[in-house]
Design a protein around this ligand. Sequence first.
Ligand SMILES: Cc1ncc(COP(=O)(O)O)c(C=O)c1O
Length: 411
Amino acid sequence: MTVVTELAEPLLRRQDPQMADVLAGEAQRQATSLQLIAAENFTSPAVLAALGSVLANKYAEGYPGARYHGGCEYADLAEGIAAERARALFGAEHANVQPHSGSAAVLAAYAALLRPGDTVLAMGLAYGGHLTHGSPANFSGRWFDFVGYGVDAETGLIDYQQVQQLARTHRPKAIVCGSISYPRHPEYSAFREVADEVGAYLIADAAHPIGLVAGGAAPSPLPYADVVCATTHKVLRGPRGGMILCGAELAERIDRAVFPFTQGGAQMHTIAAKAVAFGEAATPAFATYAHRVVANARVLADALAERGFAVTTGGTDTHLITADPAPLGVDGPTARGRLGAAGLVLDTCALPYGDQRGIRLGTAAVTTQGMGAPEMGRIAALFTAALTGDAAQTRMEVSALAQEFPPYGVQ
Ligand SMILES: Cc1ncc(COP(=O)(O)O)c(C=O)c1O
């Protein structure tokens, strides 16, 4: 357990034992199972300390130096530090660190650049697009006219010719590159060319790769995209939240689109925690971590392929692996259920072909725990055991492996 939760535990337990039990249960779950959800990670104790700080009490509508509330001198400092660190980390002219989530960041980017009814070209949901890329269940699909590009059914790679053809046909106002499950680097320069040809804005939704970008383990969309949206959790290892990076010419539009257009008061404790995470991400240790995340994902992808999983695109360049477990006689949802029962926690995802679902996993959290190549081999073996062997025995082995690498030091 962390210093923070250790200190808070007796207090919470005295006042609210019911919730103390819930938190203790979650801490135990995280420490005794393997967190392979590609979008999750373990924040540092320092990030947790900022999240649980007195800035949680502060109302701060507006921006540093121009707030609608009094008493914002420390809130202003926190947000100034967060924005400055984000700009330095990603080489951006402007950073807005207020979006409450990745979805809120995308909403604000659309609000800044588009009008309702505009056409937007984004990865189709059936191929790994996010809800905010045109799902009919989401504001994006309701308020904009989305056209979806896909991936090649054979290779699983983005079909840039199709992107170009669709752009020529539909003349979108914006093109979105980014995905919840694409394990390779998007070719940002190719997207930029298409956007320039049809006069569209290019929005990179880099929620997944942004932590790798911070650590120099993935190419940056910054030189190519007009606006970069991201989450601060995932590989970046910050608190749950979003941010937007852009050039100076769009700064004011982006800021107004976040507040007051789509959000109210900034969550100052989260912004302080984002600043702490950006500080951590600027260190050589984080660069080493980001490269290890990718190295681990490659080893794990190869090991899963050897065990019969059909790994899409034949591997990965990132933290993220998608695979079809069909050769092992199960579909994605069944696999997720059996793996979850064994303590291997992950998601299902769209596959490049057909309408069956596969599995999606990532190595951000297990790498934070200190696992390396040998453990990736052990995890792959546990996958086979969970799907085809003794469930109770596999659950014990997963728990033993997890406890060799406690996320927050000694339990
Ligand atoms: C590509 C992409 N965009 C947006 C989001 C939304 O982030 P959030 O869940 O914080 O709203 C995600 C989250 O996984 C994502 O992967």
